[in-house]
Design a protein around this ligand. Structure first.
Ligand SMILES: Cc1cc2nc3c(=O)[nH]c(=O)nc-3n(C[C@H](O)[C@H](O)[C@H](O)COP(=O)(O)OP(=O)(O)OC[C@H]3O[C@@H](n4cnc5c(N)ncnc54)[C@H](O)[C@@H]3O)c2cc1C
Length: 440
């Protein structure tokens, strides 16, 4: 993966009238500083929250370039320092673009430093490399713990040091984006890259008899989400029910069996066999991943809106199931005390319920009107918000391609988004120079 540096040809950029306009149309511009240019623009009406009609014959040059005068200022904010934020940070650094990287926890690695370390990643190691670094080493698949070490090394090697800050709110202001951090202080940025992942937002389905998504002290059954799983060692002799049918459910069930437990696995639809590790000696992802790179996004629009699931790898699952070491049941109908009733009317007494029911993206710092779909993420094209140009998303499904939420897609998108940000800042700066010259 290359994060190449492109030359900043201001003269050439000045000829690109449309991006110049896009650089400004969503700023709230003081009346006296507007200049009419008379070219088609799309985007937002200044001083209005309404989207403007595409093709209108108007405007503008503005004065928000004041925010962009200093070349070395941290004009770009990256929120989140998981693989996405780290990849974008590295690519921007390579381009000489000053930026601030903030993270709620203040350390690099994101989800992988908090994930159960013995969980295996479904992607082969050569699809887990970040920009300008070799891929992590390992035969077969590596664990979350091994990948967390790789990410820490990456941060050390490229001096990626996030500030410990939590973003509470982003609003558009006359100097582009005003970002409010926890504690009440805030700052202006010309571009914002949202890399906040989903791991902080585990999803728990509503089940009759349980207190809902939040843990309820009244719940008569002990339950956890898979992100709190610490292994089967303390569960010996206990009845464990795992809810879900994706990668995590499969792995937890296999690990439970190896830990001497016979888990029950409850899934909404009949359990599909996980991917075999190899088909005819070939890792299937060596075929599917390159196809994902090439697949046109429009063919998957529906799927993009519905969310994606990571399919597990069979490390004994199907064999354990055949030998009744994993019990398959349909979805849960109701929980009553420790008794769980399933959709087929069968019952089981359970000591621990484990929800391997995935995660949802959560961007509460963005206005509601900007978020859509099951994941409530902004609609983006080529990684940039359609409604708020200058706001970028990396690591979200279909941000640019159908591999955008996989690490290998994240590495590719980070390079593209960084290039777009560099061009955007150059265009804004060129615009600001143009405006100040015409004022003279
Ligand atoms: C269980 C699981 C297994 C996966 N396995 C694979 C796999 O095998 N292969 C693959 O390619 N992909 C896999 N993925 C998908 C993808 O690799 C991960 O989701 C990855 O963590 C995405 O990186 P990220 O940087 O976008 O998000 P994260 O790693 O989640 O990092 C986001 C960071 O942003 C911070 N943050 C969130 N909100 C704020 C805020 N308001 N202010 C400041 N900071 C904030 C968080 O604290 C976190 O540190 C997996 C995902 C999960 C959940």
């Amino acid at each position: 993966m290359v994060c190449s540096t492109s030359a900043q040809g201001y003269k050439r950029l000045l000829l690109l009238s449309r991006p110049i306009l896009e650089c400004q149309t969503h700023a709230v511009i003081p009346e006296q500083s507007r200049v009419f240019i008379g070219l088609p623009v799309t985007g937002w009406l200044p001083q209005s929250k309404e989207p403007r009609q595409s093709g209108s014959q108007v405007m503008i040059a503005d004065n928000f370039g004041r925010a962009l005068e200093n070349d070395t200022a941290d004009r770009v904010l990256i929120i989140g320092s998981g693989p996405s934020g780290m990849a974008v940070s590295k690519c921007l650094t390579d381009r000489g673009v000053g930026h601030q990287l903030v993270d709620h926890y203040g350390d690099a690695g994101g989800a992988y430093v908090r994930m159960y370390p013995r969980m295996y990643l479904s992607s082969p190691p050569n699809y887990l490399g970040l920009p300008k670094a070799s891929s992590p080493q390992g035969d077969g698949h590596i664990s979350a713990g091994q990948y967390a070490s790789y990410l820490r090394q990456y941060a050390d090697q490229f001096n990626i040091r996030p500030l410990r800050r939590t973003v509470r709110r982003i609003i558009r202001d006359e100097r582009e984006f005003f970002v409010e951090f926890e504690g009440g202080h805030g700052d202006y940025f010309a571009a914002v890259v949202v890399c906040t992942g989903m791991f902080d937002n585990p999803h728990v389905p509503a089940i009759l008899g349980l207190g809902g998504a939040g843990r309820n002290p009244q719940d008569s059954i002990r339950w956890i989400h898979a992100c709190e799983w610490t292994g089967p060692s303390l569960l010996s002799g206990k009845r464990v029910l795992i809810v879900g049918d994706g990668m995590t459910a499969v792995e937890l069930a296999e690990e439970s069996v190896r830990g001497g437990i016979t888990p029950i696995l409850s899934s909404r639809s009949p359990m599909k066999p996980p991917f075999p590790g190899r088909i005819l000696g070939v890792e299937p992802r060596f075929i599917t991943y390159p196809l994902m790179r090439r697949a046109p996004l429009w063919m998957f629009r529906k799927q993009c809106g519905m969310g994606w699931k990571f399919r597990g790898i069979d490390r004994g699952f199907w064999n354990f199931t055949r030998r009744h070491m994993i019990e398959l049941r349909p979805m849960i109908r109701e929980v009553n005390g420790r008794c769980v009733t399933f959709a087929d009317g069968s019952h089981a007494d359970i000591d621990l319920l484990v929800f391997a029911t995935g995660y949802r993206f959560n961007m509460p710092f963005l206005p509601e009107g900007l978020r859509e779909g099951i994941d409530e993420t902004p609609r983006v094209r080529d990684g940039e918000s359609v409604m708020w140009p200058g706001l970028y998303c990396v690591g979200v499904p279909c941000a640019r391609k159908i591999n955008s939420h996989f690490i290998f897609g994240i590495a590719e998108d980070a390079a593209v988004v960084s290039s777009a940000i560099e061009s955007r800042l150059a265009l804004c700066k060129a615009q600001s120079l143009l405006t100040s010259h015409s004022a003279e």
